[in-house]
Design a protein around this ligand. Structure first.
Ligand code: HEC
Ligand code: HEC
Length: 276
């Protein structure tokens, strides 16, 4: 089951994609490993080093305690724009077994070095999608495509280079749709094969600008889902979450594009959580 779980993370579309051989759950042909790099084993690459040890866990977004299989389904529903897998399906049990195996030496509730996201310094100005467009053309388009569409493999069953926007990319409710969340991932991992956590390629502000360009819904449409039920307690919304209402006076645009430091300072001054 551990081996099958790893296999599922690497070749997700083949097994549970829109034409999946073991069930049709995903709404797109991306694989978990497109984001959780190398089946969740890369430092600062959305890895699963300590994941199993930290669930069940309180989740601000749902305002309840969630189990790991339920958390897996969040990603099936949001970045993969799909429908939840049965919690007791062989595929779900395999994915969780693999995560259990990865976290086997981690104490319950603990983190390990590198299991989070890369740290960023925030620019004093708002993120600039126009500057981001130039960075995109120079450093991203060769793989992800001029229109963010990515590049299919030979039989179009999945991607060599996954899409960043458009109908088949991660949907609006995904964490990757948040500027800072994406920028942290990009800083440590993109451009692919050039950047690594200990040798980033882009500067922090470049990573923020290019992420702002990718997730700018005014120019780049992508699947949308009803998000109304997210964060019933609005105090828990992440700083860069782009859908109000908020527990602070900042606008949706300011939350999405920044400048972020004034929002962080406001939260600290008013005893509001600073969530990313
Ligand atoms: C488009 C990118 C993307 C894809 C594809 C994706 N995820 Fe995620 N996933 C994320 C991001 C970003 C987070 C971190 C969210 C956060 O920090 O709150 C995450 C978090 C998780 C977590 C919680 C990790 C933890 O330590 O708390 C699990 C479990 C997970 N994903 C499983 C999966 C599985 C299984 C798949 C494939 C079915 C998948 N994800 C596909 C982006 C993605
Ligand atoms: C050399 C090709 C290449 C370049 C250049 C590149 N990427 Fe990627 N990118 C990839 C591949 C391949 C993956 C999936 C990794 C995997 O499956 O192991 C990926 C994954 C991603 C993901 C998560 C998956 C998704 O589709 O949402 C994001 C976000 C991303 N890249 C952003 C960028 C940005 C921004 C740039 C420019 C700064 C960039 N990439 C440059 C190849 C590339």
């Amino acid at each position: 089951m551990v081996r099958y779980g790893r296999e599922l993370l690497l070749n997700t579309a083949y097994y549970i994609g829109p034409n999946g051989t073991k069930g049709k759950y995903l709404g797109n042909k991306m694989n978990c490993s497109n984001c959780h790099l190398k089946a969740g084993t890369v430092p600062y690459g959305l890895n699963f080093f300590s994941t199993h040890a930290r669930y069940p866990q309180y989740r601000g977004r749902e305002n309840k305690v969630m189990t790991l299989p339920e958390r897996v389904n969040n990603c099936v529903e949001r970045p993969h724009n799909g429908i939840p897998m049965p919690l007791d399906s062989k595929e779900m049990v395999a994915i969780v077994s693999y995560m259990r195996w990865l976290s086997a030496n981690v104490a319950i509730g603990e983190h390990v070095p590198g299991d989070g996201a890369a740290e960023l310094q925030y620019p004093a100005r708002a993120a600039d999608p126009k500057k981001g467009a130039e960075i995109y053309t120079k450093h991203c388009a060769s793989c992800h495509g001029a229109n963010g569409e990515g590049q299919f493999n030979g039989d179009s069953s999945t991607y060599i280079y996954p899409p960043l926007w458009g109908n088949f990319a991660f949907e609006c409710g995904s964490s990757m749709h948040r500027v800072l969340k994406m920028a942290r991932f990009v800083k440590a991992n993109m451009p692919h094969l050039k950047a690594s956590w200990d040798k980033p390629f882009l500067t922090d502000v470049e990573a923020i600008d290019v992420s702002a360009f990718v997730v700018d819904d005014r120019i780049h449409p992508r699947p949308k889902k009803e998000k109304a039920e997210s964060y019933p307690n609005i105090r828990n919304k992440p700083i860069d979450y782009d859908m109000g209402p908020y527990a602070d006076p900042f606008t949706e645009d300011e939350h999405k594009f920044g400048p972020y430091q004034p929002i962080i300072d406001y939260h600290k001054a008013h005893n509001l959580p600073v969530v990313f």
